[in-house]
Design a protein around this ligand. Structure first.
Ligand code: FAD
Length: 442
């Protein structure tokens, strides 16, 4: 069995391990040079949040123990208000529910190293795929062609394979760009290597229509990301001089600015990235399948793009056994089962943008999170929407979305009614939530 994987990014490298475990011959074709030799080019975020859906795949492959030490645990959101006050909102019900900040380059390289331990795995770098003959399973490159038995396209949101599928009528796609872009900055470590902010939090400076976040890195620094409108009065377009950029940060993020000695340099060196939601379907053309961002790129506000891509690989692997390597049938079943869930996480990610940038400051919302925290601690079978998405891979994204939104509607109403959540009967709230669950799941 000769497998071609187009794109050796996060999904491609993980999929290579899955395929190699089956003793297949695995050929991964990557457009970029080998980052282990020339350094990681980046281009997307420097670090990202790895959570249970991604970890489930790593555990399934027996490599979680090797990967997780590369990450820093983030136990909740640290909300920074305009006065510099910090409020901690835990993500989960206890110390065991956290997300993990991990370097994109470090994770990608670790997965490539793990894949290469299998003798039949070969990476080809600086080898961009140019085209595919979907009927014959032939992949075209500049100087050679490759005949495969089955082809996986994990070549990211701008997938050339998807473009060719669309051109030939196998697939339809649509990308909705957000009016916001993002720019990465840095809070360095103190000279003795210490973190300048709490290292076990995802820091958020939410300012209604825009926000700043910071995720910790192993070397004591934080990667800071500004999400801001591309155009308009306060936007990337108008922050066009060092003075204006500094004034803007001084006004909205003074405590963060004080921790960024190279602010102006970073601000004008680092590009503004685009953010969009890509939906496509069908994902299969004969024995070629789109996976990961190539099939469903989402905005980063739930920290789920990579996790969903890893889940793609996990779910596909289960179907290979179930349908005994009948590839066209496997791909058909896979795409039918998976589409509703990737659509759901795409919508959840957009909804979470609103939650992160303006609801976290809202008092009713903060009370609702506190109430949920009590509920989750007193009733182990109650899970908040965030918890379902992030910590419970056994709950499909589409169920988490439907049930989570209903739960939030109910709880928010309750918190608007009671200013002190201790006046709320937890048992009554729990019983009502259980009823909601029954309604949604039947
Ligand atoms: P990519 O990582 O984009 O990899 C595609 C690979 O294909 C690349 O190596 C590329 O060089 C290669 N390639 C492209 N074209 C070709 C070609 N023609 N031939 C050969 N190779 C090719 N997700 C999370 O889960 N948690 C987070 O916290 C998170 N934060 C994010 C923050 C930001 C700012 C952004 C933009 C995204 C974030 N994501 C996050 C999403 C995550 O980055 C993606 O979902 C993930 O990278 C998808 O992996 P992939 O392998 O499908 O695509």
């Amino acid at each position: 069995m000769k497998v071609a994987i187009i794109g050796g990014g996060l999904a491609g490298s993980l999929l290579a391990v899955y395929m190699a475990r089956r003793n297949y011959e695995v050929h991964i074709f990557e457009k970029r040079p080998d980052s282990r030799k020339v350094g990681y080019e980046g281009g997307r975020s420097i670090n990202l949040a790895l959570s249970h859906r991604g970890i489930r795949a790593l555990e399934d492959l027996g490599v979680a123990d090797e990967i997780l030490p590369l990450a820093i645990r983030m136990r909740g959101r640290m909300i920074h208000d305009l006065q510099g006050r910090q409020t901690f909102l835990p993500y989960g019900k206890d110390e065991n529910e956290y997300i993990n900040s991990i370097s994109r380059g470090g994770l990608n390289e670790a997965l490539m190293n793990i894949a290469e331990r299998y003798p039949k795995v070969k990476f080809y770098f600086e080898c961009p795929c140019l085209d595919i003959d979907f009927e014959q399973n032939i992949v075209y490159f500049k100087d050679f062609n490759f005949q495969a038995d089955v082809i996986f396209a994990t070549d990211g949101a701008g997938s050339i394979v998807r473009q060719k599928m669309v051109e030939r009528g196998f697939c339809k796609d649509n990308t909705d760009f957000l009016a916001h872009g993002y720019k990465e900055l840095e809070i360095p470590a103190r000279s003795n290597g210490e973190f300048l902010l709490d290292k076990h939090s995802l820091h958020i400076w939410a300012r209604d229509s825009f926000m700043l976040i910071a995720l910790p890195n192993l070397n004591g620094s934080f990667t800071v990301t500004l999400f801001l409108q591309n155009e308009g009065e306060e936007s990337f377009a108008t922050l066009n001089t060092p003075y204006k950029a500094r004034q803007f940060f001084q006004k909205y993020f003074p405590d963060a600015l004080a921790l960024m000695p190279d602010f102006e340099v970073d601000f004008f060196r680092n590009p503004v990235g685009l953010l969009g939601t890509l939906k496509s379907y069908p994902w299969k053309a004969h024995k070629t399948l789109l996976l990961g961002d190539a099939a469903h790129a989402i905005v980063p506000f739930y920290g789920q793009g990579m996790n969903a891509s890893f889940e793609d690989c996990y779910l596909l692997d289960k179907l290979i056994d179930e349908y005994n390597q009948e590839w066209e049938q496997i791909f058909e079943v896979y795409q039918k089962q998976r589409k509703k869930d990737t659509d759901a996480i795409a919508d959840l990610a957009l909804e979470n943008f609103i939650e992160m940038r303006d609801k976290v400051n809202d008092e009713d919302f903060q009370r609702m999170r506190k109430l949920e925290y009590f509920l989750e601690n007193n009733y182990p079978d109650y899970h908040s929407k965030y918890s379902m998405v992030t910590f419970h891979p056994e709950i499909p994204y589409s169920v988490a979305q439907k049930l989570g939104n209903k739960q939030n509607e109910y709880l928010l109403e309750l918190c608007q009614k009671y200013q002190d959540i201790h006046e709320i009967s937890l048992q009554e709230a729990y019983d009502s939530l259980k009823n909601l669950q029954k309604q949604v799941l039947t």
